[in-house]
Ligand binder design. Structure first.
Ligand code: GDP
Ligand code: MG
Length: 603
């Protein structure tokens, strides 16, 4: 295809603002899916099929479109629109940035009854950083609650255009979607590249398929990739044969090759997504390019948590499950870890909290594992007075001795909130050691607040606190922005004089006391009485900052059932046995699993 006829774009939208529905209308209007085959959320359903191992994910669909209106020569000429899908969540900022880098334009799709959300705003900023042409669009104008004029003004204010330039569509009825396709052709620049240079293609997604191995999605920048040639990954220098290359429209169709500006998929027989990394540059194995395309980064885990099987004999299952997940997730890292309290498990690194939750849920649902996860923590860099340095991913391994400085990761956070809650949001950010960077009225009643905050303060329960202080109206997005030194200390929790490693935490010194008191009293409620008294202490080094006691029991439970009712007695015994199974011994103290789970939950 002549690059002049190609337009590569994505849709930036908050969840539920209508991205899938708009994609449906586009598939229909461009004739890619016939009327009678059309079902709602066509591309999403293809993804579900893919999860069952049947089709290739519709990560980028090719839509032929001949503009209907306009005064230039484009009218009536068939163009190729490539719609590239972007992951929506903050944890995957890097993946989002690579999808955006594969595009020249972005449709900014906003629900006309809701207005823009923080996450959308963050992705918009990323798109602007990648120099994309933004087409602002309000969706759902068919809704009685739509306020297109109000939100058009808001969008115009944010991107600095005229409110009249904001397109208004209904993805549901199709109103305005044809005009939108025409505008994509008119406004989005055609890709530019050197057709005669050595091949360079950027990987913007890479997915493991149990039948075909890894399917890699690419955008060709220069030159040409042809089937059967040998290609090389520039970050690893590894070379592979191109077994298949093609485009998706909406089913995968093999092709002879892909040229400048084209978007499609390729298969090499690679079995593991880490050999085909998002952001990497693909070139020809012989006479390949020397300079990779810019922007490649190794995924860097930001949040760590210990994962332990509740039933210790599940440990090998957990290891196999993690190995399997790794095939499809280049960002996941883990290593074995032993905890005195929790037994054998793994220290697992994630991109963020959502990533953590996704992995945990997949382990529990797909692999049938019952897990305990320790409270998520960030990565600390500890500099000792003698100049040595430690990178701490597990709080219980925080070094003892003379510490000069502790550095913690910081984020740049954006909060969007209705005017009424500005005070509450500021108070919350302040209490989480935030530093205000700026504030902007998007419209009369909606405000954007920008803060830098320690990531550690966000991974705990910031989002829940934000939602409850703003009755659910505020939205949040954040991205990493380096590190900062802070007065951080390690708080240990001791049961009957023994440190419980799973409860060690790194906290700001001003919050250490509160943390210690809270943990001690929580544990006192959760730990059942034993035959002896159990002191619970929180300590910084040797200094005890909080203390509680679980008093000893006096009578055997069975004493309650005076002789007589044998079946009742048996029941009680069984119940006790059942309970015992889920106990962990910490030193001499029996602690029920539930106590760990409850104590490790963040509220
Ligand atoms: P996504 O999460 O951005 O992919 O959003 P969906 O396309 O799944 O849409 C979310 C909900 O909004 C669905 O119930 C859609 O039917 C509905 N929806 C999408 N576009 C429109 C529209 O133009 N008008 C109306 N009334 N509803 C819409
Ligand atoms: Mg969707």
């Amino acid at each position: 295809t002549d690059p002049a006829l190609i337009r590569n774009f994505c849709i930036i939208a908050h969840i539920d603002h209508g991205k899938s529905t708009l994609a449906d209308r586009m598939l229909q209007l461009t004739g890619v899916v016939e009327q009678r085959q059309m079902r709602a959320q066509y591309l999403d359903r293809m993804d579900i099929e893919r999860e069952r191992g049947i089709t290739i994910k519709s990560q980028a669909v090719r839509l032929p479109w001949a503009p209907v209106r306009g005064e230039d020569g484009a009218v009536g000429r068939t163009h190729i629109l490539n719609l590239i899908d972007t992951p929506g969540h903050v944890d995957f900022t890097y993946e989002v940035s690579r999808s955006l880098a594969a595009c020249e334009g972005a449709i900014l799709l906003v629900d006309a009854a809701q207005g823009i959300e923080a996450q959308t705003l963050a992705n918009l900023y990323l798109a602007l950083e990648n120099d994309l042409t933004i087409i602002p669009v309000l969706n759902k104008i068919d809704l009685p609650a739509a306020q297109p004029e109000k939100y058009a003004a808001e969008l115009a204010h944010i991107i600095g255009c005229d409110a009249a330039d904001v397109l208004k569509v209904s993805a549901k009825t199709g109103q305005g979607v044809e005009e939108l396709l025409d505008e994509c052709v008119r406004q989005i620049p055609a890709p530019v590249g050197n057709p005669d240079g050595p091949a360079r293609a950027m990987i913007f997604d890479s997915v493991y398929d149990s039948y075909r191995g890894v399917v890699t999605y690419v955008r060709v920048v220069d030159g040409q990739l042809s089937k059967r040639e040998r290609i090389a990954m520039m970050s690893t220098k590894a070379s592979h044969e191109l077994l298949e290359i093609g485009v998706i429209s909406p089913e995968p169709k093999a092709a002879d090759g892909l040229g400048v500006g084209e978007v499609g998929y390729l298969i090499t027989g690679v079995k593991d997504v880490r050999q085909s990394k998002v952001g990497d540059t693909i070139t020809s194995a012989s006479k390949g390019a020397v300079e990779p395309l810019g922007g490649y980064k190794d995924p860097k885990p930001m949040v760590f948590s210990g994962l332990y099987p509740i039933d210790g004999s599940d440990y090998p299952l957990l290891r196999d499950a993690l190995d399997k997940l790794l095939l499809n997730d280049a960002a996941l890292v883990y290593e074995p870890e032993t905890s005195a309290a929790l037994g054998f498990g793994f220290r697992v690194g994630f991109l963020g909290l959502l990533h953590l939750e996704i992995i945990r849920e997949r382990l529990e649902r797909e692999f049938n594992l019952d897990l305990i996860a320790t409270a998520p923590n960030v990565v600390y860099r500890v500099v000792m007075e003698d100049g040595t340095e430690h990178v701490v991913t597990n709080p219980s391994e925080f070094p003892e001795g003379k510490i000069a400085e502790v550095h913690e990761p910081m984020v740049r956070a954006t909060v969007l909130t209705p005017n009424d809650f500005v005070g509450a949001v500021m108070e919350l950010c302040q209490s989480r050691r935030g530093n205000m960077q700026g504030m902007d009225y998007l419209s009369e009643d909606r405000v954007e607040l920008r803060y830098t905050l320690p990531l550690a303060e966000i991974v705990f329960d910031f989002f829940d606190a934000l939602k409850s202080k703003t009755r659910g109206y505020a939205s949040l997005d954040y991205e990493p922005t380096g590190e900062q030194s802070a007065a951080l200390v390690k708080v240990d929790v001791l049961l009957h004089g023994e440190k419980v490693d799973a409860f060690s935490a790194i906290v700001h010194k001003d919050k250490a006391y509160h943390y210690g008191v809270q943990m001690a009293s929580k544990l006192r409620e959760l730990i059942p009485r034993q035959q002896f008294e159990v002191p619970i202490q929180a300590a910084i080094g040797a200094r005890v900052i909080a203390r509680e006691t679980v008093r000893a029991i006096r009578k055997d439970v069975l004493a309650k059932c005076y002789g007589g009712d044998i079946s009742r007695k048996r029941k009680l015994l069984e119940k006790q046995k059942e309970g015992k199974k889920r106990m962990k011994m910490v030193g001499r103290v029996e602690v029920p699993q539930e106590a760990f789970i409850a104590a490790l939950s963040t509220d």
